[in-house]
Design a protein around this ligand. Structure first.
Ligand code: EPZ
Length: 429
């Protein structure tokens, strides 16, 4: 298994190109199942999760063509995928595939909407929580699907097609909202979703579906209205920038000090995260190329943050902020309200000398003068990058093990940080 070796102490200066959003790419690829025409997705990040989803879609009979490099295309350009679900040969998504990437469970929506049936393995839990799918099932039932749990699989049927309905989510769920929108796009009649997730990725998928001929309004607000259509067509869509990658690298610069332009991204995608960094004493300047992040000598100030659904502070930046706050001048508090077990990084940060106390969903971080490098273990995607952030400012060498977690969500992380002066290398094997 690959490891990443970091020697801390270098400031970061230069440019980091931000890739397309993983959490938009996955539902957009799944949305290709809604049409027999070809969906062309641009600015797709080169990530392990994207490659795995290509494999999963292939199991349903979907062809995925990756366009080669074009003349004048910059090295860090995203890839272009041509996805054709002309004929769906299998409406079953097996356990051995779904268990490896939870979001693949979302194929249940386009499969039952287009084919009238789907048999998808329950995804099971993961490191950060039990991750139930009860609200996704509730949404499909509200649209007329008959649901049965059989041998660890969710079987959804709608022989006469889905019908428009009211989907009222008791709590905000990104996956539930994606599933409801994709299913409703081909339902007979109009669907209203109340208490929908407002994450930018929801809006990006709705924009793409509307280019395919869907009739969706209100995406990005808590109330989404979808007028079902009989058929969707192909389209071309560029994936929006990754707000979590943006926030992650902003926190890396804040941690080491320096001055970096985060290119091809937009501040409104993560305003709550940027506001917290400003409170912590970090320079944040939007430019027409992206966001300029700097900290030159000023001390990091402690902050009080609670994770919330968008537009609040994102849970996917919680671990990264915690790493940053280990070096603040004072005591910070971070409360995690979205997932029940998203503090796996705390023990690993402690190995680097961090002083963090947990009380249920609330973490108290006492800033320390310095961190010291040590071998640490990545446990989940965002926890693993919080270890990288801490290692960049730790004295001496840190070895981050099990970096396959990192490869799921961060494209060319070592190259992007190395280009700005970090001493970081991947050790294969
Ligand atoms: C998406 O997960 C993201 N994944 C997560 O990012 C992100 O942390 C999360 O949204 C919250 O923003 C993708 O987009 C691929 P939810 P999702 O449904 O959709 C509970 C990363 O690191 N819930 O909004 O699974 C659930 O247990 C990943 O990129 C139910 O109870 O999150 C959680 O407590 C990690 N029943 C809360 O709702 C359900 O049926 C929010 O979950 C569904 C969810």
């Amino acid at each position: 298994m690959d490891r990443i070796r970091i020697v801390g102490g270098q400031r970061l200066n230069g440019v980091i190109p931000i890739s397309g959003a993983k959490n938009a790419t996955l539902p957009l690829m799944i949305a290709s199942l809604l049409t027999a025409d070809t969906l062309v997705l641009e600015n797709v990040p080169r990530l392990a999760d994207v490659r795995l989803l290509q494999h999963i879609l292939g199991n349903h009979g979907v062809d995925v063509m990756i366009a080669g490099k074009r003349p004048g295309e910059p090295d860090n350009a995203g890839q272009t995928l041509h996805i054709s679900a002309k004929t769906i040969v299998d409406t079953t998504a097996p356990y051995d595939l779904v268990s490896r990437m939870r979001a693949s469970f979302w194929v249940i929506a386009p499969l039952v909407a287009r084919m009238g049936e789907a048999r998808v393995s329950m995804p099971g839990g993961c490191a950060i929580g039990t991750r139930p799918v009860d609200l996704l099932i509730m949404a499909l039932e509200a649209l007329g699907a008959e649901i049965e749990i059989d041998g660890g699989y969710v079987v959804a049927r709608a022989r006469k097609g889905l019908r428009g309905g009211e989907v009222k989510f008791p709590k905000v769920t990104v996956s539930g909202t994606h599933v409801a929108v994709m299913a409703a796009a081909l339902a007979n009649g109009t669907t209203v979703i109340d208490n929908a997730a407002c994450e930018p990725e929801i809006g990006d998928v709705a924009d793409c579906l509307n280019k395919m001929g869907a009739k969706i309004s209100g995406a990005g607000t808590p109330r989404i209205v979808i007028e079902g259509v009989a058929k969707l067509n192909g389209a071309r869509h560029a994936v929006l920038p990754d707000r979590i990658e943006t926030g992650t690298y902003a926190m890396a610069v804040a941690m080491t000090g320096g001055d970096v332009l985060l290119q091809n991204t937009r501040p409104e995608l993560l305003q709550a995260g940027l506001d917290v960094l400003v409170k912590a004493g970090v320079g944040i300047v939007p430019t027409n190329e992206g966001i300029r992040v700097s900290r030159n000598g000023s001390a990091l100030q402690p902050v009080e943050v609670t994770t919330e659904p968008f537009p609040g502070f994102p849970t996917d930046l919680q671990a990264q902020l915690m790493a940053l706050m280990t070096r603040a001048k004072g005591t910070s508090h971070i409360t995690e309200t979205i997932f029940e077990n998203r503090f796996m990084h705390v023990q690993e940060l402690a190995r680097l000398g961090a002083r963090i106390h947990l009380d249920g969903e609330r973490a108290t971080i006492e800033g320390v003068e310095k961190l010291k490098g040590a071998p640490v273990m990545a446990t989940d995607l965002r926890a693993s990058v919080s270890l990288v952030i801490a290692a960049l400012a730790a004295e001496g060498e840190t070895m981050v093990n099990r970096v396959y977690h990192l490869d799921r969500g961060f494209e060319r992380l070592e190259a992007k940080l190395g280009a700005c002066g970090a001493v970081i290398e991947r050790i294969s094997g």
